[in-house]
Design a protein around this ligand. Structure first.
Ligand SMILES: [Zn+2]
Length: 75
């Protein structure tokens, strides 16, 4: 028995790596076809850069909100 000779016209699909987008955690293509790798889109690429920036300039969470509490004028 022998395998029937198949004419390979199309190049076999290369193993496409998939990675999780660091921004939205969704699977995206990690290949030259994805210019935004390892992100899934330009939006996520920008968002991640924004996250990096805001990471450095994050405001402390214990900043007192502007409210009636603690306002000396009400005491
Ligand atoms: Zn994404």
């Amino acid at each position: 028995m022998s395998e029937p000779s198949v004419t390979q016209t199309a190049t076999p699909e290369p193993t496409e790596r998939r990675v999780r987008c660091p921004a939205c955690q969704s699977w995206c293509l990690f290949s030259p076809r994805n210019p935004y790798r390892p992100f899934c889109s330009a939006q996520c690429k920008g968002l991640d850069l924004g996250a990096w920036a805001s990471e450095s300039f994050r405001l402390p969470e214990d900043t007192p909100p502007d409210g009636p509490f603690g306002d000396p004028r009400l005491q």
